[in-house]
Structures are given as structure tokens and as C-alpha cells.
Write a protein that binds this ligand. Structure first.
Ligand code: 9MR
Length: 346
């Protein structure tokens, strides 16, 4: 083959095809270049088995959260059994790719194994269950998982403490003790209270900030607030801004921990993707990132999307409807939403 053809072939190979998804025209090299860590919730099975998925995660993200692999039911399916394989795989992947791992989640009312929901024991036995789980998990990942959602979704939408098994068997102060147990197991880990609905209005948001503020003033080791921000096209920008800026008034780290922007809030069965939806979604992503980017740098822990692409979003399963909530499409390509993130970072 003449030299010119070889050069042309090499150029073509590097600019399309062989490297998987390609950057859009207005995009930078990758989201890894942002001033704060941008990450995604990762499905470990896809990471193992789907090369295009793995390529996007590797190329774009400086932080990873396990979508499911570090939940109670995944890690601790029986009282005497811990299963580390998937979570360890993710930690190993992150180490190879110079990404941080955010742990999700130690104490939640959901995704519990039957042995916990059926557990019979007095309050001391429940306390031991909670403490042992937290300290075994945090201890296992000590030095590798640098932050944790210690307690997830403990507040109900009316602002009261959710009547979960934990609240029922351990009393309302289980939240504080969970943070203390996690801190004992890894004093260097950054510990978060994570919840959804800060953007719904002041009731839940105020309750969360009061809880977090009271933990902080008691000297409980809490370092940050996770705003899930599972949002959609109908949510007003003013509510999104209130969620982000109010959380920062706590003085703690702020993690946008589970961001996605659903575009079919009416759950219309036959809805199809359109450039109008793509542009509306881009504007929402840009607004959220811009608002977050305006927080004091020392409080910007990072921004994590919940899942990677529209092909693996939890939203479709949840609504049983078509939706496209993420910055990458079904073919692992960058969407206008991606450009919205980039624009918001400027
Ligand atoms: O995306 C997760 C889905 O695969 C699980 O079935 C579900 C229950 O464990 O949890 C989903 O992730 C949730 C996260 O852990 C907490 N905030 C809400 C997320 C979406 O439901």
C-alpha cells in the first residue's frame, strides 16, 4: 500500500470506528477535564461485558458510583455472607483508570435482603446488625472508596423521618450512629447524607437541612449532602437552583449524586425523541451544571449522573415508557445534553 493510503487509513481508523463513540463537534476531550469530578453510576455487568459502555466510562468519568453493587442486598445477602466480587471489580477498574469511587449506600430502607427485613432481635441485636454491616463494608474498602452515602433517603416527603426498619428498631438517632460507625471504620472517608426531592419545594429540603445541620452541630462526622436530582423537563429552573444553593448554605460538601433529566414526565407510551426535546434537555443540563459550578470551589464535591447512557437508564424500567434522560444516547454517542454540561462548565 502506498504511504499516502496508509496514512489516510490510519487517520480514518483513529477518527471513526475503531475507538468507539466519538466526541461531538463542540465537545472538549472529555468530562474528565472539568474543574470538579464528574462521574456516573455504573452497572458492573455492563462494565464487564459491553466494550462501548466501558469505553464511555473510561474516557469521560473521573468518579464512579456503583448503581447497585454496594447496596446491602448485593454485599451482604445473608447474615454470615458478604459478596465482594462485583464491588471489588468496580474498585479495581477505578484504580486502573485513575477515578475515585463514591460508595452507595450503607443504610437505606430499600434493597435490603430478606434476612434483615425479617430479622428478629431486640434493640441491641439490631444495633449490632447495623454497626457490623457498616464497619465490615467501610473497613473492606478503606483507602479505596473515599466517600460514602452513609444514610440514604431517611426523610419522607412530608419532612418526617421515614418509618423504615431502621427507624422502627433503632429509634430516630440511628442516623447519627450510622455516621459515627462509618467514621470509626475509615476516619479519612467523606461521609454524606443522600436524598431526593430537594427541588420539590421547601418542606423536604428544610427537613433534610435541619437534620444535617443538627448532626453537624452535635459534632457527628458528616461532611456532605448528596442531592440526587432525578429531575425532568417540567421542573422549574428556580426550584433546581433553590435545591443547589440551599444545600450549599450548610457549609458542607455538595454532591449532585444521581443526576438525570427525564423528558417524558407524562409517561406517554408513543413519545419519540426529537430535536426539540434534545434542546430542552440540553438547556436543563446546562442550567444545573452552571448553577453548581457557581458554588464555592471547596464545596463542589462533584456531579454524578445516574447511569451512563439512555440504553441503561433505570428510568425506562421505572416508568415503563420511552425516555432519554442521560447525556449519551442508545448508541453511546454524545447528545446535546452533553454539550449542555460542557457549556455549563464554562
Ligand atoms: O438504579 C437503581 C436500580 O437498578 C435498582 O433496582 C433500585 C433499587 O435498588 O435502585 C436504583 O437506584 C436508586 C438509588 O440507589 C437511590 N436513589 C434512587 C435511584 C433510582 O431509583
Amino acid at each position: 500500500m502506498p504511504l499516502r493510503s496508509i496514512l489516510l487509513a490510519t487517520l480514518l481508523l483513529t477518527s471513526c470506528g475503531s475507538k468507539g463513540p466519538q466526541p461531538g463537534p463542540s465537545a472538549p476531550g472529555s468530562l474528565r477535564e472539568a474543574a470538579f469530578p464528574i462521574g456516573a453510576a455504573v452497572n458492573v455487568n455492563l462494565l464487564r461485558s459491553n466494550a462501548a459502555y466501558r469505553e464511555v466510562v473510561t474516557r469521560e468519568y473521573r468518579s464512579v458510583t456503583a448503581e447497585n453493587a454496594m447496596k446491602f442486598r448485593s454485599l451482604h445477602p445473608d447474615a454470615a455472607t458478604y459478596t465482594w466480587t462485583d464491588a471489588d471489580y468496580l474498585v479495581q477498574f477505578a484504580r486502573q483508570n485513575n477515578a475515585r469511587v463514591h460508595g452507595h449506600t450503607l443504610v437505606w430502607h430499600n434493597s435490603l435482603p430478606a434476612w434483615v427485613t425479617n430479622f428478629q432481635g431486640d434493640s441491641a441485636a439490631w444495633e449490632n446488625l447495623l454497626k457490623t454491616h457498616i464497619q465490615t463494608v467501610v473497613g473492606h474498602f478503606r483507602g479505596q472508596v473515599s466517600s460514602w452515602d452513609v444514610v440514604n433517603e431517611a426523610i419522607a416527603e412530608d419532612g418526617t423521618l421515614r418509618p423504615s426498619v431502621w427507624r422502627q428498631h433503632l429509634g430516630p438517632d440511628y442516623v447519627a450512629r450510622a455516621f459515627q460507625y462509618a467514621h470509626q471504620a475509615d476516619p479519612d472517608a467523606k461521609l454524606f447524607y443522600n436524598d431526593y426531592g430537594h427541588e420539590f419545594g421547601p418542606t423536604k429540603r428544610t427537613a433534610i437541612l435541619n437534620l444535617v445541620g443538627s448532626l453537624k452541630s452535635r459534632g457527628i462526622p458528616i461532611h456532605g449532602i448528596g442531592l440526587q436530582l432525578h429531575t425532568n423537563s417540567n421542573r422549574a429552573d428556580a426550584n433546581l437552583a433553590a435545591a443547589i444553593t440551599t444545600a450549599a448554605q450548610s457549609g458542607l460538601l455538595v454532591h449532585i449524586s444521581e443526576l438525570d433529566v427525564a423528558m417524558n414526565p407524562g409517561k406517554t407510551a408513543g413519545l419519540t425523541w426529537s430535536s426539540a426535546l434534545a434542546e430542552a434537555q440540553k438547556a436543563k443540563y446546562q442550567f444545573i451544571v452552571q448553577t453548581y459550578n457557581a458554588l464555592p470551589a471547596a464545596q463542589r464535591f462533584g456531579l454524578t449522573t445516574w447511569n451512563v447512557t439512555d440504553a441503561d437508564t433505570w428510568v425506562r424500567g421505572d416508568c415503563s415508557c420511552p425516555d432519554w434522560p442521560l447525556p449519551f444516547d442508545d448508541h453511546y454517542q454524545r447528545k446535546p445534553a452533553y454539550d449542555g454540561i460542557v457549556a455549563g462548565l464554562k
